[in-house]
Ligand binder design. Structure first.
Ligand code: FPP
Length: 241
């Protein structure tokens, strides 16, 4: 879906790079997974806060295509956490009218996790409240490469004329095709990097890089960032009249 310039002053779509779980755990002399578990609890608080702050779409970066490079123990622990989390939370999301979607390449994920992802998407498909998108085995470059492959297949099959390929065409092949572009991207933990997150979609997003580690991120801080976004002057490359 193309960028939508809405009348509301706050961000309609907020995307978050949830960073700092490992350091949060380390500061407490606990294993990294302890930090990820605390991070998972924060997800609920922020999802619940969205309607209060006028945020209709929330997209969170849970696992990147690069995160497979972590130790086998951490990767297995994260996968187990995702399975438990989705199993436990999907009914609660439905009850709270939250529509859940996943973006990323599912092929490398195990069958049990994929089945849970499908189930969560199915049972929340009719929910009309907050749109929660969880990026799992997601990488912006990987997404563009997969989209381009499908686009090329359509050209080869005669379904798409190369002359018709423009800025509106490619996003239709992205994992995010049904979502508006993010207005605000937040990254916690003091790193000022984009780390391959929503590269195409965030071309005009505002960014907030904050020092708070993800397990310490609160609805109050979320509200403050959403509020300060309303004071920014987004021009999308144009000059103000
Ligand atoms: C980055 O922190 C965080 C991750 C790679 C995992 C994100 C996962 C969660 C917040 C928990 C689960 C989420 C869901 C949706 C259930 P890091 O480990 O890189 O932290 P560090 O930079 O301090 O080492």
């Amino acid at each position: 879906m193309a960028r939508e310039d809405s009348d509301q002053s706050g961000p309609r779509h907020v995307a978050i790079i949830m960073d700092g779980n490992g350091r949060w755990a380390q500061m407490r002399r606990r294993p990294r997974l302890f930090g990820h578990q605390a991070g998972a609890r924060r997800v609920r608080e922020i999802v619940e806060a969205c309607p209060d702050f006028g945020v209709k779409y929330l997209t969170i970066f849970a696992f990147s295509t690069e995160n497979w490079k972590r130790t086998q123990t951490e990767v297995a622990g994260l996968m187990s956490l995702f399975r438990r989390y989705i199993h436990k939370e999907m009914q609660a999301f439905k009850a709270e009218n939250v529509q859940v979607r996943f973006i990323g390449d599912r092929v490398r994920l195990d069958a049990k996790l994929r089945a849970l992802m499908d189930e969560a998407e199915e049972i929340t498909a009719d929910c009309t409240g907050t749109n929660l998108t969880i990026a799992l085995n997601y990488g912006g470059r990987d997404e563009v490469a997969r989209a381009t492959k499908r686009l090329a297949q359509d050209v080869k099959a005669g379904r798409l004329d190369p002359e018709d390929v423009d800025e509106e065409t490619l996003p239709k092949y992205l994992d995010t095709c049904v979502l508006p572009d993010p207005d605000l991207v937040i990254r916690t933990s003091g790193e000022a990097r984009v780390s391959n997150f929503l590269l195409w979609q965030s071309a005009y997003a505002e960014y907030e890089f904050i020092d708070t580690l993800w397990p310490d991120f609160t609805r109050e801080e979320f509200g403050r960032l959403v509020g300060s976004y309303g004071k920014r002057d987004r021009r999308f490359g144009a000059v103000k009249a």
